[in-house]
Write a protein that binds this ligand. Structure first.
Ligand code: FMN
Length: 205
């Protein structure tokens, strides 16, 4: 589900929210970080519990073989990230679209997190989704207008995560905020997106 306009929400029961910034550049001026922070502040104001993780500050090894993917041998940072995912009942993933998909460092982090059957696996009794009961919101920034991303590109960079990973893990619903035309929307447009993030955080949506 993709939403673009500002909403005001009723108060909602307290939820445990993990906000993961998937921007490889740790520079504080990246708009992804402002969006994540606005969501976090809204969530805290709404009475929700918030944990944050930022792959821009993490050292993440590359996964290089199927054999490695099948083994649950991860670093301390990945174990901590997994613990935060298991703690949360709502996952917020904020990232820029890079070459049509998630930045390589974020993909590397997801490959590490989901190795060893962490989120899902296929066994003798069939498919086993292990993160059921959790919802998610994807927040993507990009240079192109959001309509082009959806209509021309079929939101493929988004679906790679929502369908290729979260759906398999049983995470649903997965909603999306697509912040398109990032270089063109100006200060007013950015400010409206920050307000919208705060609203979504307050609603834990
Ligand atoms: C390596 C790289 C690849 C990019 N690829 C795309 C792309 O495929 N489509 C697009 O619309 N914008 C693309 N962009 C623009 C970024 O999405 C945009 O700079 C970013 O969303 C801005 O958010 P930020 O301030 O958090 O970095 C790319 C930018 C970089 C640096």
């Amino acid at each position: 589900m993709v939403e673009g306009r500002s909403l005001r929400f009723m108060s909602t029961p307290s939820r445990r929210i993990l906000i993961l910034v998937g921007h490889p550049d740790p520079a504080p001026e990246r708009f992804c970080r402002a969006l994540a922070e606005a969501y976090a502040q809204g969530a805290l104001t709404g009475g929700h519990e918030v944990r944050r993780a930022d792959i821009g500050t993490m050292d993440i090894p590359l996964l290089e073989s199927q054999a490695a993917f099948q083994v649950d041998d991860v670093t301390r940072l990945i174990r901590e990230l997994r613990a935060d995912i298991l703690w949360a009942d709502h996952l917020v993933l904020v990232f820029p679209l890079w070459l049509g998909g998630v930045p390589a460092k974020l993909k590397a982090a997801l490959e590490q997190v989901f190795r060893g059957g962490f989120g899902f696996e296929v066994g003798p009794k069939g498919w086993n989704s292990k993160l059921s009961g959790r919802s998610a919101r994807m927040v993507l920034t990009m240079g192109m207008p959001s309509a082009i991303f959806r209509l021309v590109f079929g939101s493929h960079g988004l679906k790679a995560v929502t369908q290729g990973i979260f759906m398999l893990a049983g995470v649903k619903p997965t909603r999306a905020s697509i912040v398109g035309g990032i270089e063109a929307i100006g200060a007013g447009g950015r400010s409206r997106w920050l307000e919208r993030m705060a609203d979504l955080g307050a609603a834990a949506s």
